[in-house]
Design a protein around this ligand. Structure first.
Ligand code: ATP
Ligand code: MG
Length: 456
């Protein structure tokens, strides 16, 4: 039996922002969403659902991005078929999710997500569907398309492209909002923020990615409510962190997050330093800029690098404190401080170990770039974290936060022949710079006992 949380007509009348139950239908000649914008896998799913007698719509980012000629990368489909019915149509289909079941149809690497229309937990006074702060506890009820639309966040994300006749169904005014490039909540903005505070981050993310303006009503609803993000599970915030900073629009998104007091909710220690230290802000911007450029060039990006950038100054400062308390090397102090700062950070965003461990290594290597003489200095080139640590140091030097001559030295030695390199590391004194500050460093390299093969 389908237990439906339906929206009563009286509720619709009281709440004009909910829009109408009749969609505005934009026929194919009046919009620019073409089947060429949709992956063949998504089209196959849409057509098969349609031919089997179900309603089948492309929704969400796929329609929005196609309208903006942004070449959508992932495709979400909404249908009135139940997940079991979807599964019976596709052999390459898996049902996921316990609370609300979704169908994943796989074509090679591409996964098409098919969701059955769902009714929104839209009654703020329906206590059973919300917790005391207004967060949604239940939205796991099947519904119809005209119910499905109201659970979505922004009008631009609630356009439905109908495979039956290639028209777009618009219940919430999204078509105009995409054209006007505006991020507008569906329904009552304050309620939508309370239901799911992550929507504030999504507002900044879409504005950053699409170059949209965040509507005044959204800004007003966010104001004073950013602290609600503290109630969001840290694991979900990590997923959101990846979307915010790895999609190629990180720099713009970062500025928007700061402008709307959201960044400090994600990275409190970082925000404190950013507002006091222009050099650190410049460095952070340079790193985000660089990362966006890598994404644009189709290169890989790792979250550990940006995490290292964000946490750098808090870690560096704490390392200085630890070093004044106890005798230890700079590297050791950085490693200890990184451990402490990361533990604090985990309360907000749970960062998997596979990122925190290399991040600590990358930061702890930074003092070693100051040592340019002897075997130990040269061995840095062979360290498994050298590449990341070098990129980090280079970026710092580019914004005047690290010694440029040192940066040049480490750039040059990488392409030198073995002989030339040995000269660089042992007879560097003529340059008068970059003296190893490590007091244990001997002029003559010590021979190591265990050395099964020639170092390259
Ligand atoms: P992109 O894929 O580019 O990140 P998207 O709009 O497709 O953008 P998804 O996170 O893939 O975003 O979600 C798909 C759709 O599901 C959204 O367009 C929106 O309609 C709905 N949605 C996702 N997350 C939420 C949320 N937290 N609250 C309400 N609706 C949401
Ligand atoms: Mg999507």
């Amino acid at each position: 039996m389908v237990h439906s949380l339906h929206i009563s007509d009286s509720h619709l009348k009281e709440s004009p922002k909910l829009g109408s139950r009749e969609p505005r239908i934009i026929k194919r000649p009046d919009h620019n969403v073409s089947r060429n914008d949709i992956s063949s896998a998504a089209l196959k799913v849409l057509y098969r659902l349609h031919k089997s007698g179900y309603q089948a719509f492309l929704v969400g980012g796929g329609v929005r991005d196609a309208m903006l000629e942004l070449h959508p990368k992932d495709f979400d489909i909404a249908t009135n078929a139940t997940p079991e019915e979807v599964r019976s149509l596709f052999s390459n289909c898996r049902l996921i999710g316990r609370r609300f079941r979704l169908a994943h149809v796989r074509f090679g690497r591409e996964i098409i997500e098919v969701a059955t229309f769902r009714a929104a937990a839209n009654h703020e006074n329906d206590d059973s569907a919300h917790d005391t702060e207004g967060r949604i506890l239940r939205d796991n009820v099947y519904g119809t398309i005209d119910e499905d639309v109201w659970r979505r966040d922004f009008t631009c994300n609630a356009l439905y492209y109908n495979i039956a006749d290639f028209s777009i169904w618009d219940y919430a005014g999204g078509f105009e909002d995409v054209k006007r490039k505006r991020i507008v909540f569906i329904g009552d903005p304050a309620q939508r923020v309370r239901e799911d505070p992550v929507r504030m981050l999504r507002a900044a993310r879409f504005a950053g990615k699409l170059g949209f303006t965040i509507d005044h009503s959204v800004i007003k609803a966010m104001r004073g409510h950013t602290a609600l993000l503290a109630n969001v599970p840290a694991a979900r915030l990590f997923d959101e962190f990846l979307k915010l900073f790895q999609s190629g629009f990180a720099e713009r998104t970062f500025d928007l997050l700061r402008e709307h007091n959201l960044f400090g909710e994600l990275f409190p220690a970082t925000e404190e330093e950013l507002s006091n230290d222009a050099g650190f802000l410049k460095f952070t911007h340079a790193a985000l800029h660089n990362s966006d450029k890598r994404v644009a060039d189709g290169k890989s990006v790792t979250p550990m690098f940006l995490l290292g950038v964000f946490l750098w100054l808090p870690i560096k400062k704490l390392a200085e404190v630890r070093r004044s308390e106890e005798k230890m090397s700079e590297s050791q102090a950085l490693s200890i401080a990184a451990y402490e700062i990361v533990s604090q950070q985990q309360r907000r965003i749970s960062i998997p170990k596979r990122f925190t461990v290399p991040m600590r290594e990358m930061l702890a290597l930074q003092p070693r770039f100051a040592m340019v003489r002897g075997k130990r200095a040269m061995n840095l080139l062979e360290h498994r974290r050298f590449r990341a640590a070098y990129d980090f140091m280079l970026l710092q030097s580019e914004v005047g936060q690290a010694d440029e001559t040192l940066a040049k030295f480490w750039t040059d030695v990488q392409t030198q022949t073995e002989n030339k390199r040995a000269v660089s590391f042992q007879m560097q004194s003529g340059q008068g710079q970059g003296q190893g500050q490590d007091s244990h460093q001997k002029r003559r390299p010590r021979r190591r006992r265990r050395k099964p093969s020639q170092a390259t």
